[in-house]
Design a protein around this ligand. Structure first.
Ligand code: SIN
Length: 511
């Protein structure tokens, strides 16, 4: 088998992966691999923006406060402080690199409002902020010591002497080992496990499966955020109607034009996402159809949200006068590969950042527009850490010839999201481990997932990984005997203070 050697291997090409690549490239050779085209990631789908306390009445302390409240008591406060303190530097650097954020008439950065923020602090570029930032970073990274291997899937992490030394990867040229002094997982989210999602088609949780199989600790997996307002169509992924639209004044209504959010929360339509999502489900259970009424925005809608406007228009609706049909959709995994505030996992040489990591900044429910920020802040911190630890790794002295050669199927069956077994998995997760859960439903789902696993053969690695991640989420959700943030159980409907300090961690053989 062919080996490639590099200093840093980054698995994933979203904003977190690119921020790491940019920071690490002055210190050594970097390889970034992506399962498909590098731009096909959740980062480029992010509409709303990036939160930073740059407004004159704002401060990192206020931003921290809102993040902790949205996180429902289980964020790591010190790590949140790092996030909010770094935010304004991240914005300055992006502007230096060429991202042109929207500005007011007087030239200040325009600040948008989103749910659970106590004031406007979301910096944006129209309604495609993620794509704007991604393009800036990609352009910059391309000029550095960074090689991209696209349409390349990591199948296994290489572990020797308790340390991660690379990955076994596969692409159209076959299987090979990439041996690296440091490996960074930046593989993004898990939305496709739920089917109804705003995430890219590649968001099947592969990074979590890779990490778990290598012995890394995963934590807080029970916390999955469901965005309240995806456009209600039959597409996959579902098109997001950014929370920023509500931030500009749109409101949720029933088919009878009744507003209902004021009955559920003081912040009404800008309550934390988990509250808004459950309120919608509750209204749907009463038999209502739920819509977004954005008519108050008038012509401003088209100027401020050109892509959303075009999408809605393509359905022959005019958001300036027609109601927009919406549905909640799986949007973000707060849990993931447990890391410290430098992105270090429990395995030496293995790091994680971005959505696949569990740094502790999001707690039980992520504050809107903190995810691009997290990817950028912690991607950079991982880069600094791996650059500093470069000399600790002794790649050349190890015999790695046996690594990753066991049981490699010659041919792999690519994942087909229309495969009936995938559809079954998604339906199980949506109905039993989704927005509203209980023990009976989750226990049944866990059993059914086990049955599905038995129907999959070893050449179906991606499907196997999806089932594994679904089981790990279900197992965590079954164990947390309370409701907190995005994790809502009918059989334990209240928050239980005795659970506050607890984080559910899973490691191989414990699921
Ligand atoms: C949105 O624009 O509503 C999504 C932003 C986010 O998920 O933080």
């Amino acid at each position: 088998m062919r080996n490639i050697k590099t200093d840093f291997l980054i698995i994933g090409s979203g904003i977190a992966g690119l921020a790491t690549a940019l920071g690490a490239s002055p210190y050594g050779e970097v390889i970034v691999i992506s399962k498909d085209r590098p731009d096909l990631c959740n980062s480029t789908l992010a509409q709303g923006g990036i939160a930073a306390a740059v407004g004159k009445d704002d401060s990192p302390r206020e931003h921290t406060r809102d993040t902790l409240i949205a996180g429902a008591g289980i964020c790591k406060e010190k790590t949140v402080e790092i996030l909010t303190e770094e935010a304004s530097k991240v914005i300055e650097r992006l502007i230096e690199l060429g991202t042109s954020f929207d500005r007011t008439n007087s030239g200040e950065l325009a600040l948008g409002r989103e749910g659970a923020h106590s004031l406007a602090r979301v910096i944006h570029r129209g309604d495609d902020t993620g794509a704007a930032i991604w393009e800036t970073l990609f352009h910059k990274v391309r000029g550095q010591n960074v090689r991209f291997l696209t349409e390349t899937r990591a199948e296994e992490l290489l572990i020797a002497e308790g340390r991660c030394y690379g990955a076994l990867v596969r692409n159209s040229e076959g299987v090979r080992r990439i041996l690296a002094r440091n490996v960074v997982l930046a593989t993004g989210g898990i939305g496709e496990i739920y089917g109804r999602t705003t995430n890219s088609l590649l968001s099947t949780g592969e990074g979590l499966a890779l990490a778990w199989k290598a012995g890394a600790v995963l934590s807080d997996l029970e916390f999955v955020q469901f965005h309240p307002t995806a456009l209600a169509t039959e597409e996959n992924p579902l098109f997001l109607i950014s929370e920023a639209v509500r931030g500009e004044g749109a409101v949720l209504v029933t088919e009878e034009l009744e507003r209902f959010m004021p009955n559920y929360h003081l912040r009404a339509d800008l309550a934390p996402r988990d509250v808004v999502t459950r309120a919608i489900v509750s209204e749907q259970k009463k038999g209502h159809q739920i819509y977004l009424d954005a008519s108050s925005l008038g012509h401003h809608f088209e100027q401020r949200f050109p892509n959303i406007y075009a999408k809605i228009h393509s359905l022959c609706l005019d958001p300036r006068k027609d109601l927009i049909p919406i549905t909640p959709a799986a949007h973000f995994s707060m849990g993931g590969i447990r890391t410290d505030s430098f992105g270090r996992t429990n395995i030496q040489g293995l790091y994680a950042c971005g959505e696949c990591a569990n740094t502790g900044v999001h707690g039980a429910n992520r504050l809107a527009s903190n995810s691009l920020l997290e990817g950028l802040v912690f991607g950079k911190r991982v880069a600094q850490t791996i650059a500093e630890s470069l000399n600790e790794s002794h790649l050349s002295t190890l015999d790695l010839t046996d690594q990753g050669t066991r049981d490699i199927p010659q041919v792999l069956k690519p994942l087909d999201l229309n495969d009936p077994r995938v559809v079954t998995l998604q339906k199980l997760m949506w109905s039993s481990v989704g927005i509203i859960r209980d023990e009976a439903g989750m226990t049944e789902a866990y059993k059914a997932l086990g049955q599905l696993d038995r129907e999959v053969n070893s050449s179906e690695g991606e499907l196997r990984n999806m089932i594994l991640v679904a089981k790990l989420i279900t197992s965590s959700a079954l164990q947390r005997l309370e409701s907190r943030g995005s994790h809502y159980r009918l059989d334990y409907p209240e928050i239980d203070p005795t659970w506050q300090p607890k984080h559910l961690s899973l490691r191989r053989h414990s699921a």
